[in-house]
Design a protein. Structure first.
Length: 173
Protein backbone atom coordinates (compact mmCIF):
# COMPACT_ATOMS: atom_id res chain seq x y z
CA UNK A 1 0.00 0.00 0.00
CA UNK A 2 1.45 3.37 -1.00
CA UNK A 3 0.37 6.52 0.82
CA UNK A 4 1.04 10.21 0.78
CA UNK A 5 0.34 11.95 4.08
CA UNK A 6 -0.09 15.67 4.48
CA UNK A 7 -0.25 17.45 7.80
CA UNK A 8 -1.10 21.03 8.57
CA UNK A 9 0.86 23.59 10.50
CA UNK A 10 -0.85 26.77 11.59
CA UNK A 11 1.03 29.45 13.45
CA UNK A 12 -1.40 31.08 15.84
CA UNK A 13 0.91 33.20 17.98
CA UNK A 14 4.54 33.93 18.67
CA UNK A 15 5.96 33.65 22.15
CA UNK A 16 9.18 35.31 23.22
CA UNK A 17 11.06 34.35 26.36
CA UNK A 18 13.69 36.86 27.35
CA UNK A 19 16.97 35.76 28.86
CA UNK A 20 16.75 35.06 32.56
CA UNK A 21 19.35 35.71 35.25
CA UNK A 22 19.13 34.42 38.82
CA UNK A 23 17.72 37.71 40.14
CA UNK A 24 15.56 38.51 37.09
CA UNK A 25 11.90 37.84 36.61
CA UNK A 26 10.65 35.55 33.88
CA UNK A 27 8.70 37.48 31.29
CA UNK A 28 6.65 35.93 28.49
CA UNK A 29 5.10 37.89 25.68
CA UNK A 30 2.87 36.83 22.85
CA UNK A 31 0.38 38.03 20.34
CA UNK A 32 -3.04 36.49 19.95
CA UNK A 33 -4.22 36.89 16.38
CA UNK A 34 -7.45 36.24 14.54
CA UNK A 35 -7.13 34.40 11.24
CA UNK A 36 -9.53 35.04 8.35
CA UNK A 37 -10.31 31.29 8.03
CA UNK A 38 -10.29 28.16 10.16
CA UNK A 39 -8.80 24.90 9.00
CA UNK A 40 -11.47 22.21 8.94
CA UNK A 41 -10.47 19.66 11.60
CA UNK A 42 -10.93 16.85 9.07
CA UNK A 43 -8.42 18.56 6.74
CA UNK A 44 -5.61 18.79 9.30
CA UNK A 45 -4.33 15.34 8.28
CA UNK A 46 -4.91 14.36 4.66
CA UNK A 47 -4.03 10.92 3.33
CA UNK A 48 -3.78 9.95 -0.32
CA UNK A 49 -3.62 6.21 -0.99
CA UNK A 50 -2.17 5.44 -4.41
CA UNK A 51 -3.02 1.75 -3.93
CA UNK A 52 -1.01 -0.59 -6.17
CA UNK A 53 1.07 1.06 -8.89
CA UNK A 54 2.31 -1.22 -11.66
CA UNK A 55 5.98 -0.57 -12.49
CA UNK A 56 5.33 -1.24 -16.20
CA UNK A 57 2.83 1.65 -16.22
CA UNK A 58 5.54 3.98 -14.90
CA UNK A 59 8.01 2.78 -17.54
CA UNK A 60 5.39 3.44 -20.23
CA UNK A 61 3.98 6.75 -18.91
CA UNK A 62 6.70 8.05 -16.50
CA UNK A 63 4.02 8.94 -13.90
CA UNK A 64 0.61 8.03 -12.56
CA UNK A 65 -2.54 10.07 -13.13
CA UNK A 66 -3.21 12.68 -10.43
CA UNK A 67 -5.28 11.65 -7.42
CA UNK A 68 -7.32 14.47 -5.87
CA UNK A 69 -7.10 15.67 -2.27
CA UNK A 70 -8.39 18.87 -0.68
CA UNK A 71 -7.68 21.40 2.02
CA UNK A 72 -10.92 22.73 3.46
CA UNK A 73 -11.11 26.13 5.13
CA UNK A 74 -14.24 27.17 7.02
CA UNK A 75 -15.70 30.28 8.62
CA UNK A 76 -13.78 32.55 6.26
CA UNK A 77 -14.26 36.28 6.76
CA UNK A 78 -13.17 38.34 3.71
CA UNK A 79 -13.15 41.50 5.83
CA UNK A 80 -10.16 40.06 7.75
CA UNK A 81 -8.15 38.99 4.69
CA UNK A 82 -8.56 38.94 0.94
CA UNK A 83 -6.44 35.87 0.11
CA UNK A 84 -4.79 32.79 1.52
CA UNK A 85 -1.48 31.39 0.31
CA UNK A 86 -0.49 27.72 0.49
CA UNK A 87 3.00 26.25 0.38
CA UNK A 88 3.87 22.56 0.65
CA UNK A 89 7.11 21.68 2.44
CA UNK A 90 9.00 18.43 2.70
CA UNK A 91 12.14 16.48 1.80
CA UNK A 92 12.80 16.88 -1.92
CA UNK A 93 13.84 13.98 -4.12
CA UNK A 94 17.45 14.32 -5.34
CA UNK A 95 16.72 13.11 -8.86
CA UNK A 96 13.45 15.07 -9.22
CA UNK A 97 13.81 18.40 -7.39
CA UNK A 98 10.44 19.91 -6.57
CA UNK A 99 8.95 16.46 -5.87
CA UNK A 100 8.85 14.66 -2.53
CA UNK A 101 11.37 11.98 -1.66
CA UNK A 102 9.96 8.64 -0.52
CA UNK A 103 10.80 6.28 2.32
CA UNK A 104 10.21 2.53 2.31
CA UNK A 105 11.35 -0.45 0.28
CA UNK A 106 10.43 0.99 -3.14
CA UNK A 107 13.13 2.96 -4.98
CA UNK A 108 13.36 5.07 -8.12
CA UNK A 109 10.15 7.10 -7.71
CA UNK A 110 9.08 10.38 -6.14
CA UNK A 111 5.74 11.95 -5.24
CA UNK A 112 4.54 15.12 -6.94
CA UNK A 113 1.79 17.61 -6.23
CA UNK A 114 -0.12 19.59 -8.82
CA UNK A 115 -3.11 21.89 -8.96
CA UNK A 116 -6.52 20.57 -9.94
CA UNK A 117 -5.79 21.75 -13.51
CA UNK A 118 -2.45 19.88 -13.64
CA UNK A 119 -0.03 22.76 -12.98
CA UNK A 120 3.03 21.47 -11.06
CA UNK A 121 3.42 22.60 -7.45
CA UNK A 122 7.09 22.56 -6.45
CA UNK A 123 7.81 21.45 -2.90
CA UNK A 124 9.38 24.22 -0.80
CA UNK A 125 9.05 26.75 -3.66
CA UNK A 126 5.59 27.21 -5.15
CA UNK A 127 3.33 29.56 -3.23
CA UNK A 128 -0.24 29.39 -4.46
CA UNK A 129 -2.73 32.14 -3.65
CA UNK A 130 -6.50 31.76 -3.46
CA UNK A 131 -9.06 34.54 -2.96
CA UNK A 132 -11.11 34.52 0.22
CA UNK A 133 -14.43 35.20 -1.44
CA UNK A 134 -16.87 32.93 0.39
CA UNK A 135 -17.34 31.43 3.87
CA UNK A 136 -15.96 27.97 2.97
CA UNK A 137 -13.03 27.28 0.66
CA UNK A 138 -12.36 23.86 -0.88
CA UNK A 139 -8.78 23.94 -2.24
CA UNK A 140 -8.25 20.95 -4.51
CA UNK A 141 -4.85 19.51 -5.43
CA UNK A 142 -3.61 16.24 -6.89
CA UNK A 143 -0.84 13.87 -5.86
CA UNK A 144 0.98 11.59 -8.29
CA UNK A 145 3.92 9.20 -8.43
CA UNK A 146 6.68 9.77 -10.98
CA UNK A 147 9.63 7.61 -11.94
CA UNK A 148 13.09 9.10 -11.59
CA UNK A 149 14.75 9.62 -15.02
CA UNK A 150 17.70 7.23 -14.48
CA UNK A 151 15.48 4.57 -12.91
CA UNK A 152 13.14 4.77 -15.92
CA UNK A 153 15.94 4.71 -18.50
CA UNK A 154 17.81 1.83 -16.84
CA UNK A 155 14.70 -0.09 -15.74
CA UNK A 156 15.82 0.18 -12.10
CA UNK A 157 12.56 0.95 -10.31
CA UNK A 158 12.45 -1.23 -7.20
CA UNK A 159 8.93 -2.34 -6.30
CA UNK A 160 7.71 -2.24 -2.70
CA UNK A 161 5.82 -0.11 -0.22
CA UNK A 162 6.63 3.57 0.19
CA UNK A 163 5.36 6.71 1.83
CA UNK A 164 6.08 10.40 1.72
CA UNK A 165 5.15 13.24 4.03
CA UNK A 166 4.63 16.93 3.33
CA UNK A 167 3.32 19.73 5.49
CA UNK A 168 1.32 22.62 4.19
CA UNK A 169 1.44 26.12 5.58
CA UNK A 170 -1.33 28.64 5.24
CA UNK A 171 -0.59 32.34 5.28
CA UNK A 172 -2.84 35.36 4.94
CA UNK A 173 -0.69 37.99 3.20
Amino acid sequence: MSRLWFSATLIVFNCVITSVKAADNLRMDGTLVAEPCSLDAKAADVSVDFKNIIDKALYANTRTPGQAFAIDLTDCDPSMGKKVSVIFKGQEDNALPGLLAITGTAKGVAVGIETESGQPVEINKSILEFPIDRPNLHLVFQGYVQGEPDALTNHQIVVGAFSSIATFELDYP
